[in-house]
Design a protein around this ligand. Structure first.
Ligand code: HEC
Ligand code: HEC
Length: 330
């Protein structure tokens, strides 16, 4: 009896996936059991958070005093009136220093299972200390930042109101992380489609979504953030880095975190929400257009040379993942 139930469940689970999804999951070494009928779920319309901490975190996020020379705030690189990124190939920190990796969007980052391209921070709280201490980004440290913030009476009062131990580095990180969890972009046309508003997508966009699933893109880019759930290698069906003739330290991905050979060139699968607005693409910003990113994904992640028509259809679908922040479409 138990055996029969298991077989029924296994068959049911298999039928929920397209053959492309099965193949892609298997070749990428992904446990496809986690995969469900509708691989993508809508963003929640709003998240419930401590309003005082959100307000405090919003101020800190825009405060240049978090950088050594008072020139750069989190919001300098993560533009909230843009797409939560900087639109540059790689980031530019204090003193005009050019970094090695692309600035990801902060929008919806609270839905990613870990932070950074190589996933080296396990939480938004842990992440927030990163740029403050990175010599090529904000070039500071908590003692320096706290000394500056303590001179501001408003901050003292706000921290005392929200935290028993007042103004500390951990609490600055906590307030910023709480604010970041509010950076959600609901109301994407695709979310409205998932919620039953079938006219939210046109026929081409629906074909693009079907193709995205059939090809197997959704075996990696799935869940509420259309990505952000696990790490995957870049170059499963070919050597992306050898083919392009550049394989620098920043290209080693998870290997830089774990030192394990199996983690070389693995990255956290990025979220595709708002992806039509977050060019340039890939961890090093080396891919200028969405169409090129889709083409490379087909070739290196799925072993499939996509036609122009297919690339156009998938791009049309991906553009329906653009949501709104505070009622303003990104
Ligand atoms: C100089 C530009 C710059 C500044 C300033 C900056 N960031 Fe970033 N941010 C980046 C870059 C580049 C990355 C990717 C780094 C990596 O993955 O190694 C990143 C990654 C992130 C991520 C991870 C997103 C993801 O999808 O993995 C979050 C969250 C974030 N930053 C928040 C912040 C906060 C909070 C601050 C201020 C304390 C800040 N950033 C300041 C450039 C910047
Ligand atoms: C095996 C897992 C896997 C599959 C399958 C896969 N991707 Fe990706 N995708 C990734 C990873 C990992 C990256 C990050 C690459 C990098 O940072 O250099 C990525 C990056 C992207 C990006 C760039 C995002 C950004 O913000 O830079 C796009 C767009 C994208 N994928 C779309 C697709 C499409 C469309 C398909 C299907 C044709 C697909 N992916 C299939 C794992 C996958």
């Amino acid at each position: 009896m138990a055996g029969a139930v298991l077989i029924v469940l296994a068959v049911a689970a298999w039928h929920l996936r397209t053959p492309g999804e099965e193949k892609a999951a298997a070749s990428a070494g992904i446990d496809s059991a986690a995969f469900n009928a509708e691989p993508i779920s809508p963003l929640p319309p709003r998240v419930v958070l401590d309003a005082d901490k959100v307000a405090l975190g919003a101020r800190l996020f825009a405060d240049v005093r978090l950088s050594h020379d008072d020139t750069i705030a989190c919001a300098t690189c993560h533009k909230l009136d843009g797409a939560g990124n900087d639109g540059r190939r790689t980031a530019v920190g204090i003193g005009g220093q050019v970094g090695a990796v692309n600035t990801p969007t902060v929008f919806n980052s609270g839905f990613n299972f870990c932070q950074f391209w190589d996933g080296r921070a396990n939480s938004l709280e842990e992440q927030a200390a990163g740029p403050v201490h990175n010599p090529a980004e904000m070039g500071s440290d908590w003692p320096e930042v706290l000394a500056k913030l303590r001179r501001d009476k408003d901050y003292g009062a706000a921290f005392t109101r929200s935290y028993a131990d007042g103004l500390t580095g951990a609490n600055v990180a906590d307030a910023i992380a709480t604010f970041e969890r509010s950076l959600v972009t609901p109301d994407a046309r695709f979310d409205r489609y998932l919620q039953g508003e079938t006219a939210a997508l046109d026929a081409r966009e629906i074909r693009g979504y079907r193709l995205f699933r059939e090809l197997g893109c959704a075996s990696c880019h799935q869940g509420v953030n259309v990505g952000g759930n696990f790490h995957a290698g870049l170059g499963i069906f070919g050597d992306f880095f050898r083919d392009r003739g550049k394989d620098g330290p920043e290209d080693q991905g998870r290997f830089n975190v774990t030192g394990k050979e199996a983690d070389r060139h693995k990255f956290r699968v990025p979220s595709l929400r708002n992806v039509a607005r977050t060019a340039p693409y890939f961890h090093d910003g080396s891919v200028p257009t969405l169409e090129e990113a889709i083409r490379l994904m087909g070739r290196y992640q799925l072993g499939h040379e996509l036609s122009r028509e297919e690339v156009g259809l998938v791009a049309a679908f991906l553009s329906t993942l653009t949501g709104s922040y505070q009622g303003r479409p990104l």
